[in-house]
Ligand binder design. Sequence first.
Ligand code: AGP
Length: 610
Amino acid sequence: MCGIFGVIANNDNVKDQIFDGLRRLEYRGYDSSGIATINNDQINCIKSQGNLDQLQKKLINEDLLGNVGIGHTRWATHGVPNEANAHPHITDEVAVVHNGIIENFSLLKNQISETGINFKSETDTEAIAHLITLYLKSGMGSYEAIRATTEDIKGSYALAIIVRSEPNKLYAVRKGSPLAIGSSDSKNYIGSDGYSLGNYCNEVTYLKDGDIAIIKNDAFEIFDHQNEFINRKSQIIDKTVTLAEKGAFKHFMSKEIHEQPSVIQDSISHYINNEDLTVNLPKFPFNITNLKNITLVACGSSYYSGLVAREWFEKLARVKVDVEIASEFRYREAPMDSSGLTVFISQSGETADTLAALKHCKKLNQKTISIVNVPNSSMCRNSDSSLKIFAGPEIGVASTKAFTCQLVVLASLAIHIGRINGNLSDDDENNYVKSLLDVPRLISNVLDQEEDLIKIVKELNPIKNALYLGRGQMYPVALEGALKLKEISYIHAEGYPAGEMKHGPIALLEKGLPVIIGAPSFNLFDKTASNLYEVIARDGNVLLITDQEGLNHLGDTTKKIKSFIVDEANIITAPFIYTIPYQLFAYHTALLKGTDVDQPRNLAKSVTVE
Ligand code: AGP
C-alpha cells in the first residue's frame, strides 16, 4: 500500500507535479517519501523519513530539476521506515519506485550481493533497481532489461522506472498492484490510482498484470506479458472524488464523523425510493432470487460491517450468511456453492487480501458483488457488479463514514433479497425502509451529545486497556469500537461477545478497567445486563450505552456505572446509532493522548499488500 506517481514532460521541470500527485496518494502510506528525476545525464534523488511535510521541507531547500521523474510515498513492508529505506531506490543507471512485495527478495539479494554489489537499504525494491542495472550493463536495452527483471522477481509489484541514459522515457510495470497512465497537454503521468491523476487528466488507462508501458511525453505504448503491443481501453476519471478539505474541523476523522448524517442521506438516496418506501437497487447481471447462501468477504472495519449485516440477511432475508476475513478465507479453500453469491466489502476497493479473495471466488464461478467507496477501484472493475456507498473521499485512516455507509448498502441489499425471495412482505419492506430513512436524524442526535461524551472520556482517561462488549449486532459494533480506539490512540482494546466473557476474558477484570457495553433495550438487554453485573462485581469501570428504557431496567445499578443515553433503536437503526459514540470515544481519547489521528503510526488507508 504505497503511492506511486511519475511525470514525463517535454521541457518543464516535473518535481512539483510529482509532489502534488504524492499528496493525493498519501492515504496509501506516509512512513517516508521521495522523488527522483533525470537532469544533465544524472539521476537526482531527494528522500525523507516521515510524511510528505518532511519531504516538502527538503524540496524547498534543494532544487530537483528534470523533465522526467518518479515519486513514492511509503507504507513499510521490508525495512524500517527511515530515509535509507525510502523510495526511490537508485543505482548509477536507474531509479525505481515500487508498490507491492517481492516474495523471493532474500534469494535475489544474495545473488546480487555475490556480484559484489552492496545494498544500501533493507528493502526488496532495491533488488529490482540492481537487477535492471545488471541487465542494462550486460548490453540489454531498457525494455528488455525491465522485462528480464520481471521474469526474475516473484510477488506483487507496480513499478515506475526512469533510466539515466533515456531522459525522454518513463517506464511503468504492473503485476498485482494498481497502476494507471494519464495524458494531458504534452505530458504523460502515471499514478497508483485514477484519483491521483485527476488533477491533470480526464481519463486514465489502467495497466493489467504483466504489462510494461514505455511512456514518452506525448505518447505511450503498452506491451503485455507476451511482449505483444496492446491497446488498453481508457476510462473517464470520476472527478466528483475530490480531495476533501478539513474545513472547520481539526482532523479529517472528526469531519468525517460529523459528515455521516449527510453522506448517509446521500447513500440512502441512491438505493431507497422514499416515495413508496421501497429498496431500489440497480439490476444485477445475474439472478439473486432463491439464494441459499451468501458469503461476505472483507478486512478490518469492512469485515465488521459484514458481521453487522449478517443479522439483516439472516433475520430479514432468511438467507444463511458466512462472513469471512479475506486473508484467512483466500487460503482456506472452503467449498463454495457454485451458484453462490459472494459480496466483497471495501472502502478503498484496493485491499490486496480482499482483491485476492475476489479472484479466488471468480475462479469458483461465484456471482460477485463489490461494495466500495472508491469509483473505478480494482474491486469495482473486477467484480460482476458493484454497489457504491457514496461516502465521499474518506481521508482519515480510521474508517468512520465509510463503515456506516457500507451498512446502508448492506441493509438495502438484505431488504431487497428478503423482498424478492418472498420472506419480506410489502409492509415489512416499508417499515425497514422507514427505519433506514430515519438513520441520519438518529445519528445527528448522538452527535449533538458529543460534549457529554467528552466529559465521560475525560473521567475514564488515562486508559491503558479497554474491553468492548455486546450481543447480537452490538458484538461487531464492539469490535469496530475497539478497533477505532486501537488504531488512533494506540491503546489496547478488545471487542468481545458479552456472553463469552465468563469463558475466560473475565479474568482480565480488575479495578478501574474500562468496560464499554452497547445494549439497546429492544434486543437481549437482560442477557447483556447480567454480564454488566458480572463486570461491576469485579470492579470493572462500566460505560453503558443504551436507551432510557434500558437504563430504567437497571434501577440503582445506574449509580455504579457511567451511562450514555441514545434513542430507542431497532434491528435496522441500532448498528448506526451505537457506532457513533464509539467513534467519538476513540477520537477524543486520541486527542487527549496527542496521537496523529488522521495518519496514525504504522497504518495506511489502503492496504494493497498481503
Ligand atoms: C479501519 O478503520 C481500518 N483503517 C482498516 O481496518 C480498514 O477497514 C481495512 O484495512 C479494510 O480497508 P478497505 O475497507 O479499504 O478494504
